[in-house]
Design a protein around this ligand. Sequence first.
Ligand code: CIR
Length: 253
Amino acid sequence: MFKHAIVRKIGKSFVNGLTTSDLGNPDYEKALVQHEAYVEALKRCGVKVTVLETDERYPDSTFVEDTAVLTPKCALVTNPGAESRNGEIDEMKEVLKDFYDTIEYIQSPGMLDGGDVMQVEDHFYVGLSTRTNEAGALQFKDIMGKYGYDTSIIPLKEFFHLKTGVNYLGDNNLLVAGEFINHEAFSGFNQITVKQEEGYSGNCVRMNDCVIVPKGFKGTKKKIEELGYTVIEVEMSEFQKQDGGLSCLSLRF
Ligand code: CIR
């Protein structure tokens, strides 16, 4: 069961964040409304949500997932691969001290973004991406090994982050999109395949009894409902414009 989530309010600088998308500039006011709805969705799943204040110095800092990996046994502060985002970890280190006695750190030259880390029970999958390098992934594997977690390292071909295209829903159900469809690393799972035209919905979040899904992806929603999960939809358009998936707006633990 997840009991907590951490999110960060959007600052005005959000619109100047990193992006590779051609979906246009995000609308700040609209993003604020979407973010509030996201927080409400988390609350509906039964978690206490800690909302951090905006940090205008870091336009992408609402994507808190990239700054840490939180497990029942320890917290790990990442070393984000984008230079403009690396300072986001400074405040997160302090915030996590309120929740964890044991905090681990990825050190340079290792780089790792939380968006590249997927936990499946006692096993982690770590994607090698433009933000996570082999040194970071190997440090992660060593650190988590101390706590009894195994780690598999998966080079990405196209996706931005690992969890852009693969997310664990629980009960051996794995949501897979694009390059992860029929990927050998995931052959043991019941794979729920995301249609190519609904690719963005490969990033959904299982939270306690519900799955939070981006709004507007009927095929994915239907498949998840057919598995017996209660689906909560949230509008993500303004975050999608900034390459942000649904999971990256929160840390859940
Ligand atoms: C970035 O490029 O870092 C942000 N604009 C988006 C980060 C999305 N993070 C995630 O999917 N875990």
